[in-house]
Design a protein around this ligand. Structure first.
Ligand code: NAP
Length: 284
């Protein structure tokens, strides 16, 4: 068997076209990103997010601050963005420099503008099954499953990784879609035994090739989130040989990455609708 390639680049282009149309209907949609410090990967990520946002007609404000900026200054900036009527969505790029309390800064973002979905109000609503803003990477994985006609209901899903950004929200989304979900992590005793049972595998670890061909159930849908830069180029968590066994497989790159950016734009659009009262913000 050769797996169907789940083309994230193609799907992301469609999502982005849809966002651009809706942004044009709304008139003005604003996104502010805040990047503190010199992390090279973060600079690359922020630049790609800005390019995509601008192409979709979003008014994207790119705030980059030196690494030595104080936590108070960042908190003050976030507070002013919360109040700014031109700003619908706010994204504070992680990681922040080590002298800052990431939790404090993340929690300072207004939940309605928190397009990353990291604020506890957003995390809590996802847990409750009433999602507001959902982290973009798991959201993109769900879109890929939908686009390729894979309904998680009744299926065994294994998520490898339990971070607040990917693994945990991914497992919640699959659970709400009625999959039977197993979450694996660094203390899981027998990863292979869990993965072997799975109809859907989401690998979000950051260890190249941790999911090997012999671990995958024939026909399974495999989504590769893990991303490691090596001398040979970008490697995913899923060994490329898995395509001989899996039913569906995301390429790396060109799978979950482009969908992450597309879903961030969707989230920004949603934030604009909350701010205009076109959607009811739960609890308000
Ligand atoms: P993270 O916070 O480092 O989490 C990694 C997870 O993997 C942890 O839960 C960890 O378990 C688990 N893990 C580590 N070793 C393991 C092992 N041997 N077996 C099973 N689980 C193991 O990373 P993250 O932010 O979730 O990101 C995960 C990967 O996805 C990274 O490579 C990142 O670059 C990539 N990423 C890609 C995208 C995209 O758009 N494609 C977006 C975001 C992230 P413990 O909790 O027990 O430590």
């Amino acid at each position: 068997m050769t797996a169907v390639r789940m083309d994230g680049k193609e799907l992301a282009a469609k999502v982005r076209e849809g966002v651009a149309r809706q942004v044009s209907d709304l008139g003005h949609v604003g996104l502010a990103t805040v990047l503190v410090g010199d992390d090279p990967a973060s600079h690359v990520y922020i630049s790609s997010k800005h390019k995509a946002a601008t192409e979709a007609g979003i008014d994207a404000r790119d705030v980059r601050l030196p690494a030595e900026t104080s936590e108070d200054d960042v908190l003050e900036l976030v507070a002013s963005l919360n109040e700014d009527p031109e700003v619908d969505g706010i994204l504070v790029q992680l990681p922040l420099p080590s002298h800052m309390d990431e939790t404090k800064v993340t929690y300072a973002v207004s939940p309605a503008k928190d397009v990353d979905g990291f604020h506890p109000v957003n995390a809590g609503n996802l847990y409750l099954g009433t999602p507001i803003h959902v982290p973009a990477t798991p959201s993109g994985c769900m879109e890929l499953l939908r686009a390729y006609g894979i309904d998680p209901a009744g299926k065994e899903a294994v998520v490898i990784g339990r971070s607040e950004i990917v693994g945990r929200p991914m497992s919640m989304l699959l659970l709400h879609a009625h999959a039977t979900v197993t979450i694996c992590h660094s203390r899981t005793a027998d990863l292979a035994a869990h993965v072997r049972r799975a109809d859907i595998v989401v690998a979000a670890v950051g260890r190249p090739g941790i999911v090997t061909t012999d671990m995958v159930k024939p026909g399974a849908a495999c989504l590769d989130v893990g991303l490691t830069r090596t001398d040979e180029g970008i490697r995913g968590d899923i060994d490329p040989g898995v395509e001989e066994v899996a039913g569906f497989l995301t390429p790396m790159p060109g799978g979950t990455g482009p969908m992450t950016i597309a879903m961030l734009l969707e989230s920004t659009l949603k934030a604009a609708r909350y701010r205009r009262g076109m959607l009811d913000f739960p609890g308000n």
